[in-house]
Design a protein around this ligand. Sequence first.
Ligand code: ZN
Length: 139
Amino acid sequence: LNTKKIEHIGIAVKDLEETMNFYENMLGLEKMAVETVEDQGVNIAFFQLGETKIELLEPLNDESPIAKFIDKRSEGIHHMAVLVEDIEAKIEDMKEKGARFIGDKPTKGADNMKIIFVHPKTTNGVLLELCEPLDEEDK
Ligand code: ZN
């Protein structure tokens, strides 16, 4: 099962506007989109960087997993996302090999992707997201 590339790096931030100023105006990256994902309690901004993206995540409220992350660990790199070809098959294959996931099946994430997180116990500390673009009919 093909694992294609690092799709994006997710970064937890307190203030999206302020952080976007750095990536857009100082570093000079192209802003692709800003969107809200209520399910995950986040505002998200994407910047293109070659074949990959930077994903900035700002918590919407104190219950957001990103708010909890910032409380415990401070702002900074939150997760790495890898693009896979068939996410359901990949999850099954990894489960057979002993991987643990956060949740049972993929959910709809930002950027029209199906996503799931691998448990950090499985990856020795990295929060790893698997993602695959949604089919047209699932959008
Ligand atoms: Zn992500």
